[in-house]
Design a protein around this ligand. Sequence first.
Ligand SMILES: [Zn+2]
Length: 167
Amino acid sequence: MQPVKQLWAPWRHAFVAGPRPTRCIFCAAKHPRLDRASHVVVRARHAFGMLNRYPYSTGHVLVAPYRHVARLEALRLQEWQDIWALAAELIKRLKREVRPHGLNVGMNLGRAAGAGIVGHLHLHIVPRWSGDTNFMPVLAGTKVMPQSLEQLFKVLRRRSASSQAAS
Ligand SMILES: [Zn+2]
């Protein structure tokens, strides 16, 4: 995830410098009733996908298993399958809704590797645009983020006709 570090995302300061959440945000988002508050946009049997409240870029989403598990090697096959199936679905939706030029997909395992929440592993999907390291400061602003998160929540929750037909 090295290139992502170069992005200037000042709203992340609240997360990086603020107090660590006392409970796991992924475990807190398990219940479908909390989808709106937790910004959960997709669910499968063993994993789910949600917006990152402190995104590196517009459309930064996270996919996690329901199980509170830190080690990659402890994931079960069905969890792997759901994580990647949801990643593919989210990438499809992101391409349709935010039209990135590219995407970074990866995991930060352990604090030393940059993980913000070390106890519950999660896959980052970060949309990228050519030259975004330059124009991000222009777009950046904590004021616009909550609104765009809400907007993003709506459009990413919406399933395409093709994906509805497929499932
Ligand atoms: Zn957890």
